[in-house]
Write a protein that binds this ligand. Structure first.
Ligand code: FPP
Ligand code: FPP
Ligand code: MG
Ligand code: MG
Length: 374
């Protein structure tokens, strides 16, 4: 029992399911073309934080003992679904190199506190990480970024064309795996995520005239580009588990608020830590012309920032001047406070689930978000 703030290692709770993740994703990415293989697996050979699959697996455990639709049995949720990509897919052209799944993959993983993870939920965690990685391939092209996960980014190694195509390939294979889950509601959720990622990126590229304030648009963009993926993946995990609508909403609200908090902290860290710590370029947002929460808050204290935001920090010294004013202002503190309020909402959501190690680990994650440095 981990009540009372004692420390849990969340990765330990989902153990083997998380360590198998990269291996399984590589299986899903097998193709006949050796160069395509190299490019599409490139980011999986570096250490991502796997925060999204970790959350999906923990949420699967935490909701496994929550109320289910009355007509659902455990057998319904896993025996009838064959999530393997073989044998049917190996008959498809281009699927050479996709290995057979081992029988163990058809069984739920049980924990000592009687929570469990279904095979379909494990596959969902893999799909979530694949969509995330696809968006990174495309993002580094759009941002003309040269490093990711402490190594040269794919666009630098292989060029823009191959980086874009590898991202597309990842989305395609994620879609095949998604279809194999045989759950239309889950397919719809994850397909919407992909649309949201693109919408978020567009909101960032080009602002639209609406009756919303700049800050409201910033939050909406943040939801689209960061929170939607984890929010809808959390919901999808509870749908796969046969949970009630109420439980699905709890899962969604946790993911949404945690995702928003994560991005707010990310935007704050962009002003605070070194490239070595972050594993990717820092101070990047201003150089890209982006005004994030710390800048928007600083603007309230220093109205002179208005024109600089308007012209996307394009004039000489704009970036330096903005950084100075952000440090002088309450911008970073206020960003952290807003992140903290979202963390509180996330924790309140999962507190409605029955007590379990996984639930406590999810709560602990809401605390860790605020103190992370990378
Ligand atoms: C890359 O993801 C960074 C982003 C997509 C922007 C900011 C997002 C986060 C800081 C994490 C979001 C967390 C949740 C709960 C949605 P990453 O930092 O996760 O990169 P990695 O896969 O290389 O670890
Ligand atoms: C990282 O943000 C990027 C995202 C959160 C999403 C990017 C989405 C697209 C490029 C649209 C295409 C989507 C798909 C699914 C192919 P960031 O640039 O702020 O973070 P970084 O510092 O990690 O680069
Ligand atoms: Mg980027
Ligand atoms: Mg970007």
């Amino acid at each position: 029992n981990h009540k009372g703030g004692s420390h849990i290692d969340p990765a330990q709770l989902v153990g083997k399911d998380l360590t198998d993740l990269t291996k399984n994703i590589k299986q899903l990415l097998g193709s006949k073309h050796p160069m395509l293989n190299t490019v599409n697996k490139y980011y999986f050979n570096a250490q991502g934080k796997h925060i999204r699959p970790l959350i999906v697996l923990l949420m699967s455990q935490a909701t496994s003992i929550a109320p289910k639709h009355h007509n659902i049995t455990l057998a319904d949720t896993y025996q009838i679904i064959d999530i393997s990509l073989t044998p049917q897919l190996s008959l498809n052209e281009g699927m050479a190199g996709v290995d057979r799944d081992t029988p163990a993959r058809y069984l739920p993983t049980f924990s000592t506190d009687n929570t469990f993870i279904l095979p379909t939920q494990r596959r969902l965690a893999e799909i979530t990480e694949m969509i995330h990685t696809a968006s990174l391939f495309h993002d580094d092209v759009i941002d003309i970024s040269d490093s990711r996960r402490n190594q040269p980014s794919a666009n630098v190694c292989f060029g823009n064309k191959m980086a874009i195509l590898a991202g597309d390939f990842l989305l395609a294979r994620a879609s095949v795996a998604l279809a194999r889950l045989r759950n239309p509601e889950v397919i719809e959720l994850l397909a919407t995520v992909i649309a949201n990622l693109v919408e978020g990126e567009f909101m960032q590229l080009k602002s639209t005239q609406t009756d919303k304030t700049i800050f409201e648009r910033y939050i909406e963009k943040t939801y689209m580009k960061t929170a939607s993926l984890i929010a809808k993946s959390c919901r999808a995990s509870s749908v796969l588990g046969g949970c009630t609508e109420e439980v699905a909403d709890i899962a969604y609200n946790y993911g949404k608020n945690l995702g928003l908090a994560f991005q707010l902290v990310d935007d704050m860290l962009d002003f605070m830590v070194s490239q070595t710590e972050l594993g990717k370029p820092v101070g990047a947002d201003l150089k890209l012309g982006l005004a994030t929460a710390p800048v928007l808050y600083a603007w309230e204290q220093f109205p002179e920032l208005g024109p600089l935001i308007e012209r996307k920090f394009s004039k000489e010294k704009d970036v330096e001047r903005t950084r100075e004013l952000v440090y002088k202002s309450q911008g970073l503190e206020r960003t952290k406070l807003l992140a903290a309020s979202h963390c509180r909402k996330a924790a309140e959501a999962v507190l409605q689930l029955p007590e379990s190690d996984a639930r406590n680990a999810l709560i602990q994650l809401t605390e860790k978000v605020l103190t992370r440095r990378k």
